[in-house]
Design a protein around this ligand. Structure first.
Ligand SMILES: [Zn+2]
Length: 105
């Protein structure tokens, strides 16, 4: 009988501990997700406001400077390369590097 009570108490303790750790885990993940989301939004804002952007076109020798919009506008107007609203793109250099690598391969 005493063993049953001991097991029962242990089970409750484990259940409470599991719930506590699950709670901590979920809140930590949510907090990290929030921080990551804020960081991505900040990167997006900095890229939107960037004025010293300089990069060659993916399809010709044109070099577009100022803001990334000039490159996307050039690629859309001259090469019919439409990728969406530049203001909605984040980590532009990584995206362009990825596309460039795919084009070269
Ligand atoms: Zn071009």
């Amino acid at each position: 009988m005493g063993g049953k009570i001991g097991t029962y108490n242990l089970s409750i303790t484990l259940e409470i501990s599991y719930s506590f750790y699950a709670y901590i885990y979920v809140n930590t993940v949510l907090h990290c997700t929030y921080i990551l989301q804020e960081a991505i939004l900040e990167i997006n804002r900095l890229e939107r406001e960037q004025t010293d952007f300089s990069r060659h076109c993916l399809f010709c020798r044109e070099v577009c400077t100022g803001n990334r919009r000039s490159l996307f506008r050039h690629m859309a107007d001259d090469h019919a390369f439409h990728i969406g609203q530049p203001d909605n793109i984040v980590l532009v250099d990584d995206l362009l590097n990825l596309i460039e690598a795919k084009l070269v391969a």
